[in-house]
Write a protein that binds this ligand. Structure first.
Ligand code: PLP
Length: 386
């Protein structure tokens, strides 16, 4: 059977590939600790599970509006408006609900990018942005950021990367895989450059903004003058431990963009699962105690893994202030691919090589596993590397 050229050019997500290898070893009876996954290990809070059950009982089992159930869109707008680092006033009609943040990002890129358009992506970055840009016919312009700059793009780097073909920049703060957050002053500097280029849209992936430790992450929606060309993406996957529900969204003040993207979704999946939408609405409209709990738990794990990782010879890292990943530079020991392979084979700890995120000198460890598992994994890693 023929496989289309555009599909042949995309690679499989390396983090999902590592998770599959890990599962295969576990099925053979090998005791592997999986630090490759990008999801909370905790169960979905009970009140959200109950809301999903209630939605089934209430027969939320028919097609719904393409951009999402109106009450959920209202809840999303209200939720974002309540966020400290946000200044744009979002309305329900600015919101499109999608099948996870992944589909929101995919559709936003498809809606904006023409063949040959350039998309700036600071790296290390989430595995899927580049593949999605390629699928839309766009050209990925990766800009390597450094540990010295807290893995954040500088204004000078941005200015140098912009050409007459640049149409989009994708920013993610807190970042996957580094867990770093843009400072307010760095954001001001970046925005000062973007003001000179009104043809460039900004896609801000804020999927981890509910999981920050000792700080908050300002949204790019702090800059009201960007409203007409800013797309903010978020979802319930990470903050509410709802990865399998597949509910994410995008928000944009540009009505042409919203109409175009809604058209795309209408020909693609019609609407996100109605039952999951009702569960997401329950998550957003309840008191946010479960989020505070998750955040506190991850902060404790972040502290634990950083303490143990400082004892590993040859590792250097920037302490993450958000998300649930540690991204050590292991180049003093070897290339990230080799180290990841060795840790799986010898220590039975699955991590993702940094090359998946555009930085082959690093590896990514998820600390969204229990404290005991973190202690055991770090012990195995230290022993194997010694
Ligand atoms: N954006 C980033 C940075 C992510 O790490 C992920 C998931 O790993 C997503 C988006 C996708 O989230 P969702 O599960 O809502 O599709």
């Amino acid at each position: 059977m023929q496989i289309a050229h555009r599909i042949q050019q995309i690679s499989v997500s390396q983090s999902l590939a590592m998770a599959a290898r890990c599962r295969a070893l576990q099925e053979q009876g090998v005791d592997v600790i999986n630090m490759s996954l990008g999801e909370p290990d905790q169960p979905t809070p009970l009140f959200i599970q109950k809301a999903a059950q209630q939605a089934i009982a209430d027969n939320w089992s028919h097609y719904g509006p393409v951009p999402g159930i109106s009450s959920l869109r209202q809840a999303i707008a209200k939720h974002q408006n309540a966020f400290d680092g946000n200044a744009i006033t979002w309305q329900a009609e600015d919101v499109i609900v999608s099948v996870g943040a992944k589909a929101a990002i995919f559709n936003a890129i498809q809606t904006i990018i023409n063949e040959g358009d350039e998309v700036i992506i600071p790296t290390p970055s989430w595995v899927s942005y580049g593949e999605m840009v390629k699928l839309a016919g766009g050209k990925v312009i990766s800009i390597p950021t450094t540990a010295q700059e807290n893995y954040c793009l500088t204004a000078a780097q941005l200015r140098d990367a912009i050409t007459s073909h640049t149409r989009l920049i994708i920013l993610c703060s807190p970042n996957n895989p580094t867990g770093t957050i843009y400072s307010d002053s760095r954001m001001d500097e970046i925005v000062a450059v973007l003001w000179e280029y009104p043809e460039i849209s900004i896609l801000s992936d804020e999927i981890y903004n509910g999981l920050t430790y000792g700080t908050t992450a300002r949204s790019w929606a702090y800059y009201t003058d960007l409203a007409e060309r800013l797309i903010v993406v978020n979802g319930v996957s990470k903050t509410y431990a709802m990865t399998g529900y597949r509910i994410g969204w995008m928000m944009c003040k540009n009505t042409s963009f919203i109409a175009a993207c809604t058209r795309l979704q209408s020909q693609q999946f019609t609407c996100a699962t109605m039952i999951a939408q009702k569960a997401a609405e329950a998550a957003l409209t309840a008191d946010q105690e479960s989020v505070s709990y998750l955040r506190a738990e991850f902060q404790e794990r972040r502290d634990l893994i950083c303490r143990l990782a400082r004892e590993v010879k040859g590792w250097r890292f920037v302490e993450p202030h958000g998300a649930f990943y540690l991204f050590p530079d292991v180049s003093a020991i070897g290339n990230g691919d080799e180290v990841a392979e060795m840790l799986l084979e010898k220590a039975h700890v699955a991590v993702v090589p940094g090359s998946a995120f555009g930085d082959p000198s690093c590896i990514r460890l998820s600390f969204a596993i229990g404290n005991e598992a973190i202690i055991e994994a770090m012990h195995r890693i230290k022993t194997a590397l010694a």
